[in-house]
Design a protein around this ligand. Sequence first.
Ligand SMILES: [Mn+2]
Length: 337
Amino acid sequence: MDISPIIKEKSASILAEIKKAKSVLLHCHPSPDPDSVCSVLAMKSALEQLGVHATIIRGDSTSISGGFTQFPGIETIVPKSFSEVDLKEFDLFIILDSGSPSMISYKNTPVFPLSIKTIAIDHHKSNQSYADINLVDVCSSTAFILLQLFMEWNITITRDIALNIFMGMYTDSGGFKYAPIDYRVFEACAALVKIAPEYPEVIFHMENSNNKGSVYFEALALNSIEQFLNDNIAIASVSFKQLQEKSIAPEDTHSEIPNKLKSVVGWNIGMVLTEREPRYITVSMRSRDVEKFDVSKLAAALGGGGHRAAAGIRFTDTSLDDAKKAIVAKAKELYGL
Ligand SMILES: [Mn+2]
C-alpha cells in the first residue's frame, strides 16, 4: 500500500518517542465514535507489541455505546476523565482523533504544553497542531493513519488490530461514502477483512444495539425542524428538558438526523442542536454541497471544527435560541445568503 508522504515523514520521530516511553496515556474523545474508540484500542495493541504499557481512559463521557462491546479490548478502557488522571504516572500522551484540546476534555480543557510529551495524530483539516509532535493527514479516518504508521513500524496486524482499524475506517467514512476517500482505503480494507472476516457481525451488533431513547430522540428532532435563509438551512433542536422527560441517554443522541435533513433537495445544510446539559449545546452539521456550503468554515468561525461535508460546534453557557441565532447569522455572512 502507498503510505501518505506526511506519514512517512513523521513515522520515525513518533516511533522514537514511543521507544523512549515506559507508560503511554490514550483517551476517548467526548461522545466517542468508533474511530475514536477503535483507534485508541488499535494503538494500545501496537504499543504493547513494542513493549510499551498503555492505559486508555474513557474521557468526559459517562458511558460508551452498548453497540461497541464487540470492539476487541473495549473492556480495558478505564472509566476516568482526563482531570482524574495523574500525569506523573505517564511519560507520553498520544492524542488520537482530536482536532483541539477541548476534544481531550471540554469540561476541563487542558492547556498546552502539558507536563509530559504529547503527540497528536488526527485526520481533521481543522486540527490546531497543539501537541509537541503533530501528525495531521487529512483523510477518511484516524484509524487509516494508524494502519499506515503500523506498517512503517513493522507492527504485526493481528485479528484484534485488523478489526479495530477496519471499524474505524468503515464508520468514519460513513460506510465508504464520504470524501476524502481513495482506492488506498479499499486496498487496506481488503487486507484487513482477510485477517478479520467476521466484521459483518460486529457491524450488525453496532447498528442493532439501540435503546428506545435513540428513537425518541429522532422523533423529537424531526418534530422540531425549522428552516432559515431561504430554506437553505434546516435546523432540528432538542432541549435538555426534553432529553430528561424521555430519559434519553447521551449515547442515544448520535443520530442520522443531520444526514436526513441534508438529503432534502434545497436544504443545503442540515443540523441538529442538542442541549446535553443545561445551556451546553452540541451541533452536528452536514452539507450537501461542499463547494458552496463548506460546513468546516461555519464550524471554525464559531469555535468548532470538522470536515467540509460534516462538522460540529459546542456552545457553553448559551441557550438553544441564542445558539441558533449565532449559527444563522454566521451562515448568512459566510455563504452570502
Ligand atoms: Mn475520526
